[in-house]
Design a binder for this molecule. Sequence first.
Ligand SMILES: *Cc1c(COP(=O)(O)O)cnc(C)c1O
Length: 433
Amino acid sequence: MSVKTLCRGDLLKLFKHGVSASNKCVRARQSAAAAAGPGRGSTRGYYNSGKDWLQTPEKGARVRVVDLRSDTVTKPGPAMRQAMAEAEVGDDVMGEDPTVNELQKIAADMFGMEAALFVPTGTMSNLIAVMVHCRERGDEMIVGDLSHLHIYEQGGSAQLAGVHATTVTNLPDGTFDLDQLESKIRHGYPDPHYPRSRLVCVENTHNIQGGRVLPLTFLQEVRALADKYDLSVHMDGARVINAAVAQGVPPSTILQHTHTVSVCLSKGLGAPVGTMLAGPKDFISRALRCRKALGGGMRQAGVLAAAGKLSLLEMVGRLEDDHRSAKTFAQALLDCDPPLFAVDLTTVETNILRFRIQEPSLSTSEFCARMGQVGEGEEAALGQGIKVLMYPHYANSVRAVWHLGISPEDTQLAISKMQFVASQYVKEKLRAQ
Ligand SMILES: *Cc1c(COP(=O)(O)O)cnc(C)c1O
């Protein structure tokens, strides 16, 4: 039944049902929170906050879901929800939200930047950075050809900011060749044939290349080149805190080499919404104007910033758990019998794992489909059904991402499932021969 064919009464019923259902949800959550008691106020209560137990209607069996699609699927745990509920708020467009102001101060200090701005998403944050750095229509930025900015942001910098992009080839470790970078810098201005080079963007950790951490020496060299030609350096640091944890340095050590940075709070750091854009004071004042123009000026945003504060103050330490789990799973891929998988352990630096399947007859999409459904005989073999969600990825690889919704036990279940899928596949193949 489409909405159009509904009569007014039906719509009203639907609406009322929606309301009572959501009230029920709130009550259920409140009583669950009450039952959990104040002792659950720790951010350590983050495991299993998602709907990771599903009923399969056919058998009524319990099925465990291990969601490794992305670290964006995380849900705020009890402590974060409590902080959000109790947040002091004000009108942030008027600069009067104390929680947002506090979060911006915390971020600026942590990143070693003069100022920071709370922005709804990483995509908007990168776009604002591009708009502020490349002020004239037809200005040019240099980006990695596999960067998020270039691949996954719908060309917003061209579409909305009138900024031209030229690319450098991203190497498997997320870096690019510095001679190639230098060759892409324009020297023609004000000759009317050429755009004017303004900005170099780097991505750390590098998403598509599998959470790779940019070496500090690389960043230093990029900055030296940028300084030589009077260009700005922006870091899409959606996961730069993961990089800092992996390198065992404070984020400011990494960010001393960039003019500005964009850091996602809503990935491994577990906030439901939000990104921090940071840089010099004059950059942030322009960014503030730009954010408003793009519709990103939020009013009582302290409710969200309260979650972001917890992300920066209490969730950084746990990123190491994700890195360890990704390595554990990678090692299990190598140990798998039958040996179906290829992965270079030295490339598993943070929470994103990319691996390949060595068996040509097993495609990445079929492997992911098998991981994501409960197979025949699985409950007997593993004691329960386990659905492991992961995506086929760039260059015929599979990508899996660890985050705060995945406990060490979940990682072990995912390993069992991977071994089950591999041996089932080989058995079926032998039988078919
Ligand atoms: C997720 C991500 C973004 C964009 O963040 P959204 O909040 O999803 O818009 C930008 N860059 C990188 C590298 C990312 O991983």
